[in-house]
Write a protein that binds this ligand. Structure first.
Ligand SMILES: Nc1ncnc2c1ncn2[C@@H]1O[C@H](COP(=O)(O)OP(=O)(O)O)[C@@H](O)[C@H]1O
Ligand SMILES: [Mg+2]
Length: 355
């Protein structure tokens, strides 16, 4: 039986969400077909083989979350420290359910490649590019895909000549703007700025997370998301909408219960849904997607224009998350989805090794 390593936790702000995604996958995976090997990574980056009971772990207030993965230098009877060599022996196939840096950015995918281990989801280059909001925009523009107006600034340049950078941004873009660290997620370090002072503050804040910062015009409209599945022939699930009570879809509305709702399928014209689906497929191919990804859009209120925002190569995967629900709306059940993602990972690995 294939030993599927479900990898969760990790060094990101989305540590807990990752554990919930993993627990959902473990609950649903077909135990008759796979042996599931739970692998937890703690906030210091140490790896553990977890044998604790994770069944039914569904919400952030479950107290098991606090001690499931031991702290630095610790171990428990149900969480044994392993090194990467042992990881390679315990697992035949890796299913990373980690979000943000060190999980979604190509680093761990590089480890799987080094181990010649098949894995779920996007490869090194696709993960790294998709994690980087500036690279993503550059790639999408090259492919002629619609993105909102933006500029980049870099820590060194900003420190050297702050006034000139601020002038340049103010001349190129119209306020309000969104300011984001190039490599983050979960809206960490993201801020909206309405004027030059706000812009300066937002850039300073973003520079705490990354040395490269993206500044883009705010789109007034709706947030829509598409779920893509496949390798060379990607398919798109239903289109969903984020219905958000706050100013924007920030960290709190993402992870504090009840703050944002999902509308599935989104209440949009058939034609708009088709356009978004087609753009999602093109973006996926352009960025080199494989396995699965969630692609996020803005639909501008006044113009009806659609803009690509970003591709998330390891989207939230709990049973309440957008990605699985978008497939469910198309008749693909949660267990089937896991099955397909694993199969796609094996197919990609085989194709690569046969080349
Ligand atoms: N150009 C924009 N116009 C309007 N809202 C935006 C824009 N960029 C970001 N936002 C808001 O900020 C949130 C986080 O930005 P996003 O680019 O998705 O970063 P993250 O990778 O952290 O999810 C979005 O979900 C949206 O609510
Ligand atoms: Mg986002």
């Amino acid at each position: 039986m294939n030993k599927i390593g479900i990898i969760f936790g990790g060094r990101s702000r989305e540590h807990e969400v990752s554990v919930l995604s993993a627990a959902s996958v473990m609950d649903a995976a077909d135990r008759g077909r796979y042996e599931i090997v739970p692998i937890g990574i703690n906030r210091s980056g140490e790896w553990f083989h977890i044998t604790a009971d994770m069944s039914g772990l569904k919400t952030l207030d479950d107290e098991r979350l606090g001690f499931l993965i031991p702290g630095q230098g610790e171990e428990t009877p149900v969480a044994r420290r392993i090194d990467l060599g042992e990881f390679g022996r315990l697992v035949d196939f890796a299913f990373p359910l980690l979000h943000g840096p060190y999980g979604e950015d190509g680093t761990i995918q590089g480890l799987f490649e080094m181990l010649d281990m098949p894995y779920a989801g996007c490869n090194v280059a696709c993960s790294a590019i998709s994690m980087d909001k500036i690279f993503t925009k550059d790639m999408l523009i090259r492919a002629g895909l619609p993105v909102c107006r933006h500029v980049a600034t870099y820590a060194f340049d900003f420190a050297q000549d702050r006034e000139r950078e601020l002038d340049g941004i103010g001349e190129t873009l119209t306020y309000p703007v969104f300011v984001k660290p190039a490599n983050m997620g979960s809206s960490v370090g993201v801020a909206k700025a309405r004027d030059r002072d706000g812009l300066a503050r937002a850039i300073e804040q973003a520079l705490r997370y990354d040395s490269r910062v993206l500044i883009e015009e705010a789109v007034v409209g709706r947030e829509l998301e598409a779920a893509v599945l496949g390798n060379e022939e990607p398919r798109v699930g239903a289109i969903g909408e984020i219905v958000c009570g706050s100013e924007f879809y920030d960290y709190n509305s993402k992870y504090k219960e009840g703050a944002a709702g999902l509308s599935i399928p989104a209440d949009i014209p058939e034609q708009t849904a088709r356009e978004i689906g087609a753009l999602a497929t093109r973006a996926y191919k352009t960025l080199g997607g494989a396995g699965f990804a969630r692609i996020d859009f803005f639909l501008e209120e006044n113009t009806g224009r659609i803009y690509l925002n970003e591709m998330n190569t390891i989207p939230g995967f709990t049973i309440y998350s957008m990605f699985p629900l978008l497939w469910q709306a198309k008749g693909v059940t949660y267990p089937e989805l896991i099955e397909r993602i694993i199969r796609l990972g094996y197919e990609r690995h085989l194709a690569k090794n046969n080349r």
